[in-house]
Design a protein around this ligand. Structure first.
Ligand code: TXA
Ligand code: MG
Length: 325
C-alpha cells in the first residue's frame, strides 16, 4: 500500500468513508483514525498498532452536539469543564450509547470522548456523519508521534493517508478524566490540561482512578511501561547517573541545563528559557531523535512537578519502567 501525506481533508474523508485508516493531526499527538461506528475499520487500528484488544480507543467528535449521539448523559461538571477547556486536550469517560461498538470501548460501558483542537481535523470531523476512533499513531508501547514524519516512520506502506497538520502544539496526550457515581472527578491520565486547572474550575480535588496500574489497567496510559524508546532510559539526577554509566554512550534529556561529559549533539535541553509547555512540546521528538543515534543509555532529569510538568514526569517514568538498573 502506498502512503500519501497531504493536507486534503476531502481525500481523508474518502478513505475514512471506505473503512480505511487515516492518520490525523491533533494539538496533542497524531491519531490513527477510523470510523468509530464501523467495527471492521476499528479492527484495522488494533492490527496496525499491534494493540491488545483490551485497550479501548478515544472517540473524537467535532462538537458536544455530536457527542450527545454517542453518550447517555453529560454530567454538569463535565459540561462546565467542556465549556472551559474544549476543543482541547481533555478527554471525558462517559456512559456510552449502544451505537458505539463494544470493540471501541473494550467492552466497557464507558466511552472516552474528546474534541481535538486542530483546525484541519475539526473541519474533517464536521464533514463526517460518524465519529473517529483514534489512539495515538504509534506502534503499541512506543513513543507517540508529534509530526506527520513520525507517523510515516512507523506506518509507511501500512495506511493510505496521513493528514499533514504540522507539529503538535501541545506535544503530550490529553488528560483523561471520569466521574464516579457521586459525580466526583477521577483522574485516569495526566496530560495537556493540568490537574490544577481542572481542580480550580471544579473547586474540588481529583480522586485517583479506580484500578491499580499493574493489573488490568482501565487505560493504557495507566500501564506501567509505555511511551518507551528502544534505548534504555533512566530518570534521576543526571550528574549522579552520569557517574553510574561512565564509559557508555549517553544522551540526556533535561529542562534548561547542559551537562559536561555528554556530547553536545546528544544533549536535549527541552526549554532553554524554562517553559514547561515548550518542554512538553519537544519531549517525544527528542526521544525519537535519540533512538536514531548511536546511544546506549538516555539519562533524563525530573521536571518540576506542576502543571504539564506532571505529565512530562509521568511519561518519563513510564518510559523507564522496564529498564530499572
Ligand atoms: O491526546 C490524545 O488523547 C491522543 C489523541 C490522538 O487524541 N490519543 C491517545 O490515545 O492518546 P491512546 O489510545 O494512545 O490513549 C488513550 C487512552 C488509553 O490509555 C486508553 O486505555 C484510554 O485512553 N481509554 C480509551 N477509552 C477508554 C474507556 N472507554 N475506558 C477507559 N479508558 C479508556
Ligand atoms: Mg497512546
Amino acid at each position: 500500500m502506498q502512503t500519501i501525506t497531504g493536507t486534503d481533508t476531502e481525500k481523508a474523508r474518502h478513505f475514512l468513508i471506505n473503512g480505511e485508516l487515516v492518520a490525523i493531526p491533533t494539538e496533542t499527538v497524531y491519531g490513527l483514525a477510523a470510523n468509530a461506528l464501523d467495527e471492521n475499520a476499528v479492527v484495522k487500528i488494533f492490527e496496525a498498532k499491534n494493540r491488545p484488544s483490551f485497550n479501548p480507543l478515544i472517540v473524537h467528535v467535532g462538537s458536544w452536539q455530536a457527542a450527545q449521539k454517542y453518550v447517555q448523559h453529560i454530567p454538569a461538571k463535565a459540561k462546565l469543564l467542556a465549556e472551559k477547556f474544549t476543543p482541547g486536550p481533555l478527554t471525558f469517560l462517559l456512559e456510552k450509547k449502544s451505537i458505539i461498538p463494544d470493540i471501541v470501548t473494550a467492552g466497557s460501558e464507558k466511552v472516552a470522548i474528546r474534541i481535538p483542537d486542530h483546525p484541519l481535523t475539526l473541519s474533517l470531523l464536521q464533514t463526517l456523519d460518524f465519529p473517529l476512533a483514534a489512539p495515538s499513531a504509534n506502534p503499541f508501547g512506543y513513543i507517540s508521534p508529534t509530526t506527520a514524519q513520525h507517523v510515516l516512520q512507523n506506518f509507511a506502506g501500512k495506511i493510505p493517508y496521513i493528514l499533514e497538520g504540522g507539529a503538535a502544539s501541545i506535544g503530550l496526550e490529553s488528560t483523561i478524566i471520569g466521574f464516579n457515581e457521586n459525580e466526583q472527578p477521577l483522574l485516569y491520565r495526566s496530560g495537556g490540561i493540568s490537574i490544577e486547572a481542572i481542580e480550580a474550575v471544579l473547586n474540588e480535588k481529583f480522586l485517583p482512578a479506580p484500578t491499580s496500574p499493574q493489573k488490568n489497567p482501565e487505560t493504557s496510559g495507566q500501564l506501567e511501561s509505555h511511551y518507551a524508546p528502544h534505548t534504555p532510559l533512566y530518570t534521576g539526577d543526571i550528574d549522579e547517573l552520569k557517574k553510574q554509566f561512565a564509559g557508555k554512550q549517553m544522551a540526556s534529556i533535561s529542562f534548561t541545563k547542559h551537562f559536561e561529559a555528554i556530547d553536545t549533539d546528544k544533549q536535549f535541553v527541552l526549554s532553554g528559557e524554562g517553559s514547561l509547555a515548550e518542554a512538553a512540546r519537544n519531549l517525544f521528538a527528542a526521544l525519537r531523535a535519540i533512538d536514531t543515534m548511536n546511544v546506549e543509555v538516555i539519562l533524563a532529569e525530573k521536571f518540576p512537578d506542576e502543571g504539564i510538568g506532571r505529565a512530562i514526569n509521568d511519561r518519563l517514568g513510564r518510559a523507564q519502567a522496564k529498564n530499572k538498573p
